[in-house]
Design a protein around this ligand. Sequence first.
Ligand code: COA
Length: 167
Amino acid sequence: MPKSSVTLATVTIREATTSDAAILAALSTQLGYPAQPEEAAERLSALGPDSAVLVAEENGAVLGWIHVCGMRFFQSPPFAEVGGLVVDEASRGKGVGKLLLDAGARWAAERGYRKLRVRSNVIREDTHRFYERESFRRVKTQVVLDRELGQEVRLPRRDPGSGLPSC
Ligand SMILES: CC(C)(COP(=O)(O)OP(=O)(O)OC[C@H]1O[C@@H](n2cnc3c(N)ncnc32)[C@H](O)[C@@H]1OP(=O)(O)O)[C@@H](O)C(=O)NCCC(=O)NCCS
């Protein structure tokens, strides 16, 4: 793909809208998560208030996006997480990723979060270098496991009086 001539001074950051769906989907596909524009529009509309997709734009062209959201787990204080970050292949290595990351960090700090986390596939070594240069430090390595749902066995309802299952 030919390199684009990005001039950082003319790149602006704004919130994504559903009219960006086609380019958001194309960039998701570059990230390794193939998506159709309709899916991108649907997911964007379904995001809650503690979540944002920001885009980097130059002369009306979207060059990349970042998704940031608040995370609340019982066992730890709330923190913000980079759900996804991608810059168009033709525009990488010119500082657009850093602009998006800084905008995501600002979004999180303005909402009171004191930590921004990113989980990145172990194979993305160039990307880890990028994050470490942007002041992230490695905390731990995890194994990610999924369970497909749909075959769950229903537990019998319990009669609160007897403690025995009721029917
Ligand atoms: C990681 C990514 C968002 C960085 O955006 P960017 O605009 O290229 O970043 P910047 O120009 O601000 O910084 C460049 C740094 O990004 C890293 N990088 C990762 N992949 C790169 C690529 N394909 N081209 C250029 N730089 C890349 C390098 O560490 C580079 O630093 P270097 O110049 O010292 O080698 C972007 O390269 C990308 O979309 N990569 C593929 C998807 C991905 O890994 N997303 C993050 C998932 S957690």
